[in-house]
Ligand binder design. Sequence first.
Ligand code: 5GP
Ligand code: MN
Ligand code: MN
Length: 314
Amino acid sequence: GKKIGLKETADCLKNADSVIITSHVSPDGDAIGSTLALCAYMRGIGKKADVVIDDELPRSMSFLPGYDDILRPEDYKGSAGMLVIVDTDSSRIGGVAEISNGLPILNIDHHISNNGLADYIFIEKSAAAAEMVYEILTELKAELTPEIAFPLYTGLATDTGFFKFSNTRSSTMRAAAALIDAGAMPHVVSEALEAKPVEMVRGQMEALQTMELTAGGRVAGLFLDRELMERLESTEGFIDMVRVIEGVDVAVLIKCVDENVCRVSMRSKGLDVSKVAGEFDGGGHIRAAGCTLKMPLADAKKAVLDAIERALEA
Ligand code: 5GP
Ligand code: MN
Ligand code: MN
């Protein structure tokens, strides 16, 4: 693919007549926020645009304008001239790949593990894809409406742990400030994202019972078996419960999401966990990464803890 900059990305969008906008499976606030904002902008300037994501959406984000319009690939009936992939590369868009087969791809991403398989690739080390979309819309002199500001603010907030993680830059805060001026309300976003049913809190209690410290206290893990996973509606934020333990360099959450399928999340204070995830065909960022292992929980646990320990020793 061809690496492009801010201006070319803006031109690319301006010159498109109709687009499918997508992001990764297991969509997070950045995936949903960035795609919704781009879609609202494109529609606002008279383009045909649809957000298509091949997964269930977190219900906590249903307050976002445009959320109800997000389509699954099987429900997309139109046609478009370009596929825009945001907050991931072409490897994690699920069935959207089939409905967009043959279309030129514009990829806007902030992951160091991006596979480079797109016609036009705009990559920056931004805190969030939402920060990149904010820059693009600024370049396009877009009018920032609440329909754009709320989703982008949500993307910034979720990818930075509400402006706490090391990826939070002054430019992130300046973008957030402009989005607040444009109508985004921080308390509305945080209250919607933090609210959880009481079963969730009970689930956290049970998840914490599985906590294990290894590597002399440098690694903390939660290991959720199939039975517990079937009762949990979400595991959002679980990994943060052990990430904060003093002396822990790497936090890991392993979830048995299907028979012999384990989803792994890792967070670190400096060790490059995207490399560890890469050993299992996953990826992400230096301090936050993930992968999927097709094996039972006990085997996945051993494989991942071994890989983390090896990385810590290296
Ligand atoms: P999470 O643990 O929140 O699911 O993911 C943390 C980070 O790693 C996110 O930025 C996410 O995009 C990335 N990530 C998680 N799982 C995968 C995966 O299977 N493949 C790749 N390439 N990235 C992943
Ligand atoms: Mn994401
Ligand atoms: Mn992101």
